[in-house]
Design a protein around this ligand. Structure first.
Ligand SMILES: Nc1ncnc2c1ncn2[C@@H]1O[C@H](COP(=O)(O)OP(=O)(O)OP(=O)(O)O)[C@@H](O)[C@H]1O
Length: 533
């Protein structure tokens, strides 16, 4: 079987095998929800494809899709794919205009607010020929924002859609990176990439017949139903996930008896905090997958306390260009945390998943280098960014390797370790510091919510500044004391020149977990006396 026969489209049509099964639960707030069956979801995709065709969307068109509603996203993305159009996903952020200028989409499908952003900020100006507005219609909408594309939940009565059989190498989707090292890049998913990702995701999720997935990450709602998992999509604040009222997550989790939870560390912290404050536990949960950034042992421990004793917590490593790559159980993380290896320690990511290979490129004397990944989960190129593709992709031993831009090493047991991003290395006159190494140690200090190591000054002459986000209400002197204890014997930590407190770190929109180090460093630089910069 070619990968494309196990593609998204093939899995989509397989939804029709259990028409009455729950496929998606769309939640509003803590209590309200709408259950959508597999037949309804499939019918919705077919209707969406018909409406898009009627609106002039054609095979090969690139269609930006921007909606926070999981059902609309599902039927717009998969409806476009049924037509042979290429959905493009990007978060609404400062660089959208330049990103879209690069990929040149002809179609923009989105909720009214997305179109307001498009009109105001010129997203897609010059290449869009079709603007389609989802959700309810309002007077003057066609003139102001674009033609209406109503995507109400379908009744499930229509004929099954006819899905084309794609070639492995056909472009299936463009997904933008979250841009923590610069302007986001449009990652090409071919049909074979998607098929590889779904297979690898199934390896980490290990779906069972009675599983219910709670997806706190919107694009995961596109995949959960295709893995045969009834997928509950809570009403996350997708523009700032960590500001979601936690009851909007925990309420649906409890009501729908979620057995698997996919979330970023920031959202997991919300869930734990809510449970602690309200004396709640989460008895239905068997498996939690943490995505997007390191899962700290302290958070994993707090999470374990609200889960059943045999529940598994996994930290999953990957990037938009290759997802998932490796996974590690929190129990193993905790054990490793108590006995960090000497030298560059960092955070263990676990072994690469079946079918995925990892290597360390340009390793130095301590075996530290850049993590590169090969396998079916790897995207072969950035869309319309040959410059970025040349830098990130390399062929060796007949296989395509993606250079992740992450520093790491492989230990003698085949486990990957993460040391931070290459772009975030702090380079001083006599030493180079890796962020994760220092932060993993500093984050163990009581009173610290998280830390970020940034370099101030020109490369090669940087001053190492540790920014600290404290737990609100904690005494700063006590934190400094705890940090000295945590870093005093640490080979890198001892080199830190300055500690600065910052009440709330700037983070990425997608996960609210990746620290925006460029902004943080700029704010730290402003606070340092001129003589020490
Ligand atoms: N489990 C994890 N532990 C530590 N870091 C992780 C984990 N999972 C992901 N990451 C970090 O997230 C990165 C991938 O993030 P993503 O693909 O969203 O875009 P980005 O790398 O932030 O964007 P850009 O490439 O534009 O800078 C990884 O390369 C890694 O640095």
């Amino acid at each position: 079987m070619t990968a494309a026969q196990d593609s998204i489209l093939a899995r989509l049509t397989r939804l029709g095998e259990h028409p009455e099964a729950t496929a998606l639960v769309r939640c509003a707030g803590a209590r309200a929800s709408q259950t959508i069956t597999a037949a309804q979801l499939l019918d919705g995709c077919r209707r969406s494809a018909d409406n898009l065709r009627a609106a002039g969307v054609e095979r090969g068109d690139k269609a930006v899709i921007m909606t926070r509603d999981a059902y609309e996203l599902f039927v717009a993305v998969h409806g476009s794919a049924l037509l042979g159009a290429v959905p493009a996903l990007i978060e609404p952020r400062a660089e959208v205009r330049r990103c879209l200028d690069e990929i040149g989409p002809g179609v923009f499908i989105g909720e009214p607010l997305a179109h307001v952003g498009r009109r105001a900020l010129g997203w897609g100006r010059g290449h869009l020929h079709t603007a389609l507005v989802t959700g309810g219609r309002f007077p003057g909408q066609d003139r102001l924002l674009g033609r209406s594309l109503p995507l109400p939940v379908a009744d499930g009565s229509g004929p099954p859609p006819r899905a084309p059989v794609p070639h492995d190498d056909d472009l299936a989707m463009i997904a933008f990176t979250s841009g923590s090292t610069g302007r986001p890049k449009g990652v090409e998913y071919r049909h074979a990439t998607h098929a590889g990702q779904l297979t690898a995701l199934a390896d980490v999720l290990r779906p069972r017949a009675d599983d219910v997935l709670l997806s706190c990450f919107l694009p995961m709602a596109l995949l959960g139903p295709l893995l045969g998992l009834p997928t509950v999509a809570p009403q996350i604040n997708h523009l700032a996930p960590a500001r979601t009222p936690p009851g909007h997550i925990v309420g649906p989790l409890l009501r729908h008896g979620a057995t698997a939870v996919v979330a970023s560390p920031a959202v997991l912290r919300l869930i734990v905090g809510h449970c602690d404050r309200n004396g709640l536990t989460l008895p239905s949960v068997r498996r939690v997958l943490s995505f997007g950034a390191s899962l700290r042992p302290r958070l994993a421990r707090a999470l374990a306390k609200v889960l059943p004793a045999d529940a598994e917590i996994l930290s999953v490593y990957g990037a938009t260009e290759c997802l998932p790559v490796a996974a590690i159980a929190a129990g193993d993380l905790r054990e490793l945390g108590t006995e960090p290896p000497p030298g560059h320690a960092g955070t263990c990511l676990g072994r690469p998943l079946p079918g995925v290979e990892a290597r360390i490129l340009n390793a130095d004397a301590t075996a530290l280098g850049e993590i590169a990944v090969a396998g079916p989960v790897v995207s072969p190129a950035y869309h319309a960014r040959p410059d970025a593709t040349v830098i990130a992709k390399t062929v060796a031993d007949g296989r395509l390797w993606h250079r992740t831009g992450d520093l790491g090493r492989l230990d003698d047991r085949g486990r990957l370790w993460y040391l931070g991003r290459k772009a975030h290395l702090v380079t001083g006159e006599d030493r180079t510091l890796t962020t994760e190494d220092v932060e993993a140690a500093a984050d163990t200090a009581p009173g610290v919510r998280r830390t970020a190591l940034v370099g101030i000054g020109p490369a090669g002459h940087q001053r190492a500044v540790l920014c600290v986000e404290p737990v609100p209400g904690t005494d700063r002197e006590a934190i400094l004391h705890a940090l000295r204890a945590a870093l005093g014997d640490h080979p890198q930590g001892r080199r830190i020149a300055t500690v600065l407190f910052h009440p709330r770190f700037p983070t990425d929109i997608r996960h609210n977990s990746k620290i925006d180090r460029t902004r943080l460093a700029a704010s730290a630089a402003r606070r340092l006396p001129r003589s020490t910069r």
